[in-house]
Ligand binder design. Structure first.
Ligand code: FES
Length: 156
């Protein structure tokens, strides 16, 4: 288990945490920047695309906002160990509660652990003033390493 992961009693956020999450479509507002604690609690939401829903999140790191699908590259489980908590105890890397894979919050790339060189699927965001929106065009999804996402089907 990587250094910084010291909450072994925690389990990934449950499906019940997803039930109350807000549904966001391309171009929709996700939250305000000031709602995101730098290196701390993020905002979860449901991404509505391709006729289905997938969980996603935004976090703030070093003053910048980043968004990802909430799917670990190891087994596609949600990362957060408590709803909205994605950072390790050093507030440096994103960490998966299931088996401790760690990711760079800037690129989504795997740092170490079970993600084994793969990364998180990044979401394109638009920041306007204090407002964080999901971009209208999801075809520019960032794809670190071999983590791929079918953006064509998501735009339908
Ligand atoms: S599912 Fe995330 S590390 Fe295994």
């Amino acid at each position: 288990m990587p250094l910084g992961f010291v909450r072994p009693e925690q389990t990934p956020a449950s499906a019940s945490a997803t039930e109350g999450a807000r549904c966001v479509r391309p171009g929709d507002r996700i939250c305000d920047v000031h709602e995101l604690e730098d290196g701390g609690r993020g905002v979860r939401f449901m991404l509505a695309a391709a006729g289905g829903l997938r969980t996603a999140f935004v976090v703030r790191h070093a003053g910048q906002v980043y968004g990802y699908l909430n799917e670990c590259a190891h087994r596609a489980l949600e990362l957060d160990w408590v709803e909205g908590e994605f950072f390790d105890t050093h507030r440096e890397f994103l960490i998966c509660a299931a088996h401790g894979a760690r990711y760079d919050p800037v690129s989504g790339a795997c740092i170490d652990g079970a993600c084994a060189g793969r990364g998180l699927a990044g979401l394109p965001l638009e920041i306007s003033g204090d407002e964080v929106r999901l971009a209208r065009d999801l075809s520019v999804l960032r794809r670190p390493a071999d983590r791929t996402l079918d953006t064509a089907s998501m735009q339908k």
